[in-house]
Design a protein around this ligand. Structure first.
Ligand code: M6R
Length: 606
């Protein structure tokens, strides 16, 4: 949600800033802007629209200088427009922001009374004027004073007119890092912005203020006492963050799933064939005596949680609840000291998931993060963290991150099952081997790309459609539906197949598409009955099931055959099929696959 780049060094700042913005464009893409010191004066260029539009503006009227800040925006306050784009400028400072300033109205009134004039509808402009009003020559002091007043979440990057060659930053509840170069330094939302220049970075803590010059990075707490943080090195490389010959990041990431899966799973299998989290330094007692588990997450990560619930209850017989993080935090959840609360997040920065995690910690639960981005806030704030090894996921629609989250939850379910005596070692070993074998199912599902692309025009040809499934298939139906709607802007609903008769079936009209997940042999006959019920009312159906499933051909118009495997291991292939359906529908409809409208990859505001 909004991407931030700050640079000071020896290169042309606009080149570095634009490179960084393109790499962060997945965080938000409704407007963009830069402020650069040119001949010692801050010059600002901004525009509504994509970064390319900003690049075109800068190509027409280049800015020359070696220090500046840049922003790609996902609008919260004020429509996407030139004037609402960041940076916002005041007398002494140009400032950009990721987050929400909650008390901006109150501060604005005070500043208006002092004669400050506002040109935008944003909360951010308030911060620019506030800091300017408090400035008496020392940027750090002005920032620290302003932060005492500001409530809400923020990652700020700033340049001060009197301090060319320096960029300042501050954070609370929104991610910000300081990346380290040779004779150049950066302030960034995340390291993917500058992998081309450096992989080394410091993660700022809430309350930190940072000042960078070409040679130095100084970090202070909010009382302006110096603080030091460990230096991290990103394990991702530039190629991973590029399209590598694919038309879209999403397609590349779909095809990266076998590799991501094997990396993630293999790391957690010991030479004796049993699953283990010792390599993540997870203490054994985390799983011992675990009586209740709560999973909190948002969007796709929440659907991974639903799969996890099914598996943990199946293999370990431990009750699991799964909550949308934004609901959990406001629903006064019952959290017992011994509970294990698992926060699942690709980005590790999702505001609601982070807030749910903090609540659980406060109330004495043990917390475990399942996170993809190294050093992210959820990773750092969880008592324990297990990293999924998907590599950078750039497309806004989550694909490979889900696969590795599910893989991790399988491993967790098996460990818990072994720990509490539900699974003996031999059974656990067999299940672990079957899990590893899912890499082949994923590969086989990928080979269906062309046939799936060919099916799409026949089945997804209405503005509105249903996904249905039972058990594990229900969680996947929810995810398939989300993927389709976020990418293609179609109205799509997912239902537990048995629920259709309780209301939604009234929406079935002639030709309405219904996509049925039927990978669970144990409940397939029931799902097939539901398909026949909708067909009898005019629906057109697609069945996604195992190759060997024997289903009356009257029940479906189209069928996608997935590799045969035990019921509990079908989600990996099934999810690939649904990702491909959503991908090809979006491509065929001419939608912006990697950057769907109104969305952002990392949702760092509530
Ligand atoms: O980074 P997170 O996994 O915490 O993100 C959670 C959701 O915002 C994310 O999965 C979202 O639903 C995606 N757009 C789904 O494709």
């Amino acid at each position: 949600m909004c991407g931030i780049v700050g640079y000071t060094g020896f290169r042309q700042a606009t080149e570095v800033l634009l490179t960084g913005l393109y790499n962060l464009e997945y965080r938000g893409y409704d407007s963009a802007g830069v402020s650069v010191f040119e001949d010692g004066v801050i010059q600002t260029v901004k525009t509504q629209g994509r970064i390319q539009k900003l690049a075109d503006k800068l190509a027409a009227a280049p800015l020359h200088g070696n220090c500046g800040i840049a922003h790609t925006r996902w609008a919260t306050h004020g429509v996407p427009s030139d004037v609402n784009a960041h940076p916002h400028c005041s007398e002494h400072v140009a400032l950009l922001h990721n987050g929400i300033i909650e008390n901006y109205l109150e501060i604005k009134e005070e500043l208006l009374a002092k004669g400050y004039q506002f040109v935008s509808q944003t909360d951010t402009e308030v911060a620019a004027h506030l800091i300017s009003s408090l400035y008496t020559g020392d940027p750090l002091e002005a920032i620290a004073k302003a932060l005492e007043r500001i409530e809400g979440s923020y990652a700020f990057a700033m340049v001060f007119q009197d301090h060319p060659n320096r960029v300042y930053g501050a954070r609370k509840d929104s991610p910000l890092i300081a990346a380290v170069g040779q004779g150049e330094n950066f302030i960034l939302s995340d390291i993917s912005a500058t992998l081309k220049y450096t992989k080394d970075f410091y993660v700022l803590d809430d309350g930190d203020i940072v000042e960078i010059s070409p040679e130095t990075i100084r970090i202070f707490n909010h009382q302006l006492q110096p603080v030091s943080h460990p230096l991290n090195t990103a394990h991702w490389n530039v190629e991973q963050a590029q399209k590598g010959g694919y038309d879209h990041f999403m397609l590349k990431e779909i095809f990266e799933q076998p590799e991501a899966f094997v990396k993630t799973v293999a790391r957690h299998i010991l030479p004796d064939g049993l699953p283990s989290f010792v390599r993540d330094n997870i203490p054994e007692d985390l799983f011992q005596g675990c009586r209740r588990i709560q999973i909190v997450a948002c969007g796709t990560a929440m659907y991974a949680g639903m799969v996890g619930k099914n598996l943990i209850e199946r293999f370990a017989r431990i009750p699991v609840s799964v909550d949308v993080a934004s609901e959990y935090r406001y629903n006064n959840p019952i959290i017992d000291k011994g509970d294990l609360v698992i926060a699942i997040s690709q980005s590790g920065e999702t505001a609601d998931t982070l807030a749910a995690l903090r609540l659980a910690k406060q109330q004495g639960a043990k917390t475990l993060g399942i996170v993809n981005v190294f050093g992210s806030t959820i990773a750092r704030e969880s008592d324990h963290v297990i990293y999924t090894l998907a590599g950078p996921e750039i497309a806004v629609a989550s694909t490979k991150a889900l696969t590795v989250q599910m893989a991790m939850l399988y491993l967790l379910a098996l460990c818990l099952g072994m720990e509490n005596g539900q699974l003996d070692r031999e059974r656990c070993r067999t299940l672990t081997a079957q899990l590893l074998d899912c890499q082949n199912h994923i590969q086989q599902a990928l080979s269906l790309a062309e046939p799936i692309s060919a099916i799409v025009p026949g089945i997804i040809d209405r503005e509105s459609l249903f996904f249905i499934g039972r058990g594990l298939d229900y969680a996947l139906a929810l995810e398939g539906s989300l993927k389709l709607k976020e990418l293609s802007y179609l109205h799509s609903e997912a239902y537990a197949a048995g629920e259709l008769k309780h209301g939604p079936i009234s929406l079935i009209t002639d030709g309405m598409p219904v996509i049925a997940l039927g990978t669970q042999q144990s409940v397939l006959p029931k799902t097939v009955s539901n398909m026949k019920e909708v067909k009898a009312r005019g629906a057109k159906t697609l069945l996604i099931c195992k190759k060997s499933a024997k289903v009356d051909t009257d029940a479906y118009d189209f069928r996608i055959d997935l590799p045969d495997c035990p019921d509990e291991f079908t989600p990996f292939a099934a999810i690939v099929a649904m990702q491909l359906l959503a991908y090809y529908k979006a491509v065929q409809s001419g939608c912006d696959v990697d950057k769907p409208r109104n969305l952002a990859k990392s949702v760092t505001v509530e």
